[in-house]
Design a protein around this ligand. Structure first.
Ligand code: SF4
Length: 355
């Protein structure tokens, strides 16, 4: 009985104030059956609606002139480490980047994200892509090239008016990081995120779940993000095994564990934009129930890439060939419909942040 009261009490207070670390851990451990999980998710939805409104922001992911990811060995969960699902096998030309930016603008998007792997050029592609998009459209640009970003290029991106720079940690448990990202450096990623923050640029960053992390790891990560005063967007990605990768034998994160993590993140960060990721987009409506308010729509693929055919099983849409190597699938009507079914308003124009 006392336990029930504590659970209800924390959720009641979470409607008015950010939860503490101890409360977050208690919620992870206690929301372990249908009724409590529903209560947790509905509180997260309430906090989203109260602080950010019943709107759901959408940005488009667009092509990048990124030279591929040189992380060696590639991350264990990533398609880059699979012969069957490798992406970044083609480099987009400036004309192809321009063409896609124009399609995104015509569809009504206000913000687009260019992203790619760690090519070793320290953000030079981010600068190049931003210039291409800004010269040919009126779009807001966000970039995400992981840890591959120099201070000089952060400053140049700031100068160009980039709205957000992404740098995900996936996990801040050092041992786990080394295990799933043996060719990457948590230290480097933290350094880049700190530089983005220091220069007053909005930071987008991700937490991956389902990689054998504990609830304490998740709580430590959620609260570590409070160190960034320019934190703008948190992505929660739920691992699923990609065939041919070193982690193909791992079990996928369950939809409910993803949703619980989103909801608890929302209660700890009431004003941040919260997004899902890693190709689990058919769970979008559950994510909305868990307090998310943003999604970057990935509708662009190398035309012969098998990821495209796997993805399009769920997301059919009008296809446009871009150059020789890429296709764009207009998934916007599918996302807009899922959002409207949940009683929220899809918003393509609100790319800025509330905070
Ligand atoms: S850094 Fe990113 S793109 Fe490169 S292997 Fe790791 S997850 Fe994949």
């Amino acid at each position: 009985m006392e336990f029930e009261m504590k659970f209800d009490e924390i959720l009641d207070e979470a409607k008015e104030r950010e939860i503490t670390k101890e409360e977050a851990l208690f919620l992870f451990e206690s929301a372990n059956e249908l009724v409590k999980i529903s209560q947790l998710l509905s509180t997260a939805s309430y906090v989203r609606d109260k602080n950010l409104g019943r709107v759901f922001k959408l940005d488009a992911f667009i092509l990048s002139s990124n030279n591929g990811c040189k992380t060696n060995p590639p991350c264990g969960y990533c398609g880059q480490s699979s012969q069957k699902f490798k992406f970044f096998t083609k480099v987009a030309t400036p004309e192809e980047v321009t063409e896609f930016a124009k399609i995104a603008e015509q569809l009504g998007f206000k913000g687009v994200q260019c992203g790619g792997g760690c090519s070793g050029y320290k953000g030079a592609e981010a600068v190049k892509d931003t210039k291409i998009v800004k010269e040919s459209t009126n779009l807001d640009v966000f970039v995400n090239y992981g840890a591959d970003m120099s201070e000089e290029n952060i400053l140049e991106l700031k100068q160009l008016g980039v709205g957000r720079i992404g740098c995900s940690f996936e996990t801040i448990n050092e041992d786990l990081f080394k295990k799933i990202k043996p060719g990457d450096s948590l230290h480097e990623r933290k350094k880049v995120a700190q530089l983005i923050d220091k220069h007053g640029v909005k930071l987008a960053t991700g937490i991956m779940i389902g990689i054998a992390e504990s609830y304490i790891d998740r709580v430590n990560h959620i609260f570590y993000l409070k160190n960034f005063k320019n934190l703008s967007t948190i992505y929660i990605s739920g691992f699923f095994p990609i065939p041919g990768t070193p982690m193909e034998g791992y079990t996928a994160a369950t939809p409910i564990e993803i949703a619980k993590t989103m909801a608890i993140t929302r209660l700890a960060h009431p004003y941040a934009d919260l997004d899902g990721s890693f190709g689990r987009d058919d769970h979008l409506q559950l994510w909305i129930m868990a307090g998310t308010n943003r999604r970057i729509i990935h509708g662009i693929f190398e035309s012969k890439n098998k990821i495209a055919s796997a993805f399009t099983k769920h997301f059919y849409g009008e296809q446009t060939q871009i150059g020789e190597d890429f296709i764009f699938i207009n998934t916007l009507p599918i996302y807009a419909n899922m959002i409207k079914e949940m009683g929220l308003k899809p918003d393509l124009n609100q790319s800025g942040d509330k905070k």
